[in-house]
Design a protein around this ligand. Structure first.
Ligand SMILES: Nc1ncnc2c1ncn2[C@@H]1O[C@H](COP(=O)(O)OP(=O)(O)OP(=O)(O)O)[C@@H](O)[C@H]1O
Length: 323
């Protein structure tokens, strides 16, 4: 089966002469129909630049990219026809109009029109669960509703390829999950999705494959499971307490960090693997102390990301689990 997205040796620089900066170097990967690929990377890795090239708004200096077989430079119009783009944020929506009229406006820009457009608007509203509020002004919408409207605009042309830049940013967990469910339903219909997200929960729940950019080159590409297995810790146990600090020397648990604030402390125990002794060990370390909270965080994705993108999980700039 022909890939829905083909990126071959793409390169892009900005500026000239002595101030030229190369932002993408020899980037190559594909996305199959019905597949969700997460494009990851720290700030400035080149993700947005690549999405701009694939959505035909920026031309590459080197290499080729195709959307459903259409070259994004020489066949930009056809490529755009196969593509839905949802870059989200607050830009681009007309607050004083309702969702239906926003969709009509963007549909007309895409040269969709007439009765076909009215039917299509009803369909996309249904797909993103906005039918009930479709006649309300968009300025009264929550962030999640706005993100879903962005997605609906991207879906108007029945795209077979969808590009989503930070689809869940700023959403509460319920809204984020609802948006993820919509994306999964689209994937099940055969849509190819390329996604960037600073929320690794999106990656975990959505992506089958991960492409990680670092300083403009593909640093790593693998199935999600393989990516996660690169982490050398399976979990972190956070223990919070008060009073005297625990003595954590001579523990077989790796990488123990303790943070101390006035009379509170927090210990982070990073586990290389789970075994029955972990709980015995925790009892031994913290027995007799005033423990207020014990929490287990599954850190594998963060760890894997941090190891490959640079820095440590604790410092990694792009991680968030709040959504
Ligand atoms: N028009 C431009 N002129 C000069 N430099 C640019 C231009 N666009 C992007 N860059 C630079 O290219 C690099 C990559 O930027 P890009 O926005 O693609 O990264 P990103 O991976 O999307 O980062 P973030 O996660 O912060 O959005 C950055 O160093 C940025 O400053």
């Amino acid at each position: 089966m022909r890939p829905a997205i083909e990126v071959a040796a793409i390169g892009r620089s900005f500026g000239r002469g002595g101030t030229e900066v190369t932002v993408l170097r020899d980037v190559t990967f594909t996305v199959a129909p019905g597949e969700i690929v997460a494009l990851l990377g720290g700030n400035g890795a080149g993700k947005t630049t690549l999405l701009r090239i694939l959505s035909t708004v920026l031309t590459p200096d080197r290499g080729t990219a195709r959307i459903q077989g259409f070259d994004v430079v020489s066949q930009a119009r056809q490529a755009r026809g196969a593509l839905g783009v949802s870059f989200g944020g607050d830009r681009g929506l007309y607050g004083r109009l309702n969702a239906r009229d926003n969709l009509r406006y963007f549909g007309t820009l895409r040269e969709l029109g007439g009765r076909g457009l009215t039917t299509r608007i009803a369909e996309v509203l249904e797909q993103v669960h906005l039918t009930e509020v479709a006649d309300r002004r968009v300025e009264t919408y929550s962030k999640g509703m706005r993100q879903r409207l962005h997605l609906a605009i991207g879906l108007l042309g029945r795209p077979s390829v969808l590009m989503l830049d930070e689809p869940t940013v700023g959403l509460d967990p319920y809204e984020a999950q609802s948006l993820r469910d919509t994306v999964l339903a689209l994937r099940d219909e055969g849509v190819a999705v390329l996604l960037t997200s600073h929320y690794l929960l999106d990656v975990e729940r959505l992506a089958q494959r991960v492409v990680l950019l670092r300083e403009g080159t593909v640093q790593h590409e693998s199935e999600l499971g393989e990516f996660i297995s690169l982490a050398d810790h399976v979990a972190t146990i956070l223990v919070r307490g008060e009073g005297p600090l625990p003595d954590l020397s001579a523990s077989p648990l790796v990488d123990i960090r303790v943070r101390h604030e006035v009379d509170n402390w927090e210990a982070a125990l990073r586990l290389r693997e789970w075994d029955a002794d972990v709980f015995t060990e925790i009892g031994r370390l913290f027995g007799g102390l005033t423990v207020r909270e014990v929490r287990v965080e599954d850190m594998r994705l963060e760890e894997a990301f941090a190891r490959l993108a640079g820095g440590t999980a604790a410092e990694a700039p792009v991680i968030g689990r709040s959504a």
